[in-house]
Design a protein around this ligand. Sequence first.
Ligand SMILES: *[C@@H]1O[C@H](CO)[C@@H](O)[C@H](O)[C@H]1NC(C)=O
Ligand SMILES: *[C@@H]1O[C@H](CO)[C@@H](O)[C@H](O)[C@H]1NC(C)=O
Ligand SMILES: *[C@@H]1O[C@H](CO)[C@@H](O)[C@H](O)[C@H]1NC(C)=O
Ligand SMILES: *[C@@H]1O[C@H](CO)[C@@H](O)[C@H](O)[C@H]1NC(C)=O
Ligand SMILES: *[C@@H]1O[C@H](CO)[C@@H](O)[C@H](O)[C@H]1NC(C)=O
Ligand SMILES: *[C@@H]1O[C@H](CO)[C@@H](O)[C@H](O)[C@H]1NC(C)=O
Length: 329
Amino acid sequence: MTSGSAAGRWGTTEMRETSWGDRGEHDKHVQQSHRMVIFAAILVLMTLLILYGSNNTSEAVYAPFHMATNHALKTTDLKKWSGNDGYVPIHGNKNMTLRCHNCALVTSSSHVLGSGAGEEIDAAECVIRMNDAPTIGFDSDVGNRTTLRVVAHSSVFRVVRRPNEFLQRSDSNPVIIFWGPPNKIGKDAKGTLYRLIQRVSMTYSNLSCFSITPIKMRRFDSLFHRETGRDRQKSHSWLSTGWFTMVTAIEICDNIKVYGMVPPNYCGKKNASKKMPYHYYKPRGPDECLTYIQNESSRRGNHHRFITEKQVFARWAKQYNITFTHPKW
Ligand SMILES: *[C@@H]1O[C@H](CO)[C@@H](O)[C@H](O)[C@H]1NC(C)=O
Ligand SMILES: *[C@@H]1O[C@H](CO)[C@@H](O)[C@H](O)[C@H]1NC(C)=O
Ligand SMILES: *[C@@H]1O[C@H](CO)[C@@H](O)[C@H](O)[C@H]1NC(C)=O
Ligand SMILES: *[C@@H]1O[C@H](CO)[C@@H](O)[C@H](O)[C@H]1NC(C)=O
Ligand SMILES: *[C@@H]1O[C@H](CO)[C@@H](O)[C@H](O)[C@H]1NC(C)=O
Ligand SMILES: *[C@@H]1O[C@H](CO)[C@@H](O)[C@H](O)[C@H]1NC(C)=O
């Protein structure tokens, strides 16, 4: 994984590919899953027909992940979802007590470029960023304050390599939350990654570094299951840093304004044909819609479900006063 992305290996499983249906051991379930397979096959066929029917220029077929429609999706009250026990300090005995009225959540998407939103972002009470997304050189579009940075284990090296960029140009007491498999970033981890995080945490005394506890990592999984009807591991899905960041933002912020996130239906044919880099700081990097669509429709191996995640965000937006700008939705 090269990009400063979400690429989490958390929960990689050795399970072989299976159908989406319930893998029931009992006969009645077998009958049921037959019906489901047929239903799914018809659905896929229809999707293909519709897509091909309206498709003159050849393009990757977009077979969406599909949230389970046969489940009654339960919505979780994220405000009460979890106490402070979800985060452990990397060093010392600080508690994760960050709370804000107004937050600006700045995505890493190239949709922020040209927005001129820098000053507006910096005027927010708290500014939230992800992974190694820089501010230097992009101030006018993304601002230059950082209150909270949510960092995937796979991005740790990139963040600590340039501490001036990520750690000092921040509010006076910035917070970093690291997420990842407990054996890599957990308290009991003994690896290089954890030692590196520890060293940074000790060196920069203004910085409050936390890692997400194993219990909370499992809660993120069950949240995905409840909100999409899909078991994360069985569906070979990886959660993205965007998912962790959105949930964390809802926990700590009363209002959230999101910069640069496209709506779930954005990557249709028309919009997808316009190339937009996945990361604003990598103009020659992969295309955003292509990355979303390929991940969403991949069945072999583990993949992100960026589009499904955004469908969930759209629901949360109504519940938690989340607004989206650049693009607006
Ligand atoms: C953190 O929270 C615990 C339990 O709520 C409390 O006992 C402890 O004093 C707090 N630590 C700091 C540094 O505030
Ligand atoms: C960035 O920070 C500097 C102060 O260091 C400030 O003068 C400037 O207005 C900021 N730029 C933007 C676009 O927010
Ligand atoms: C650390 O915090 C103190 C007090 O909050 C502040 O004066 C100082 O500028 C901060 N240092 C950095 C590097 O942010
Ligand atoms: C929702 O958030 C926006 C800004 O993000 C704010 O202007 C508005 O007052 C908030 N509404 C409520 C009901 O809190
Ligand atoms: C393009 O994106 C807009 C939202 O920004 C969406 O309403 C529209 O359906 C998309 N177009 C296609 C063809 O997917
Ligand atoms: C899935 O997304 C990641 C970025 O998180 C990207 O590196 C990877 O190439 C994508 N996979 C596919 C099949 O597009």
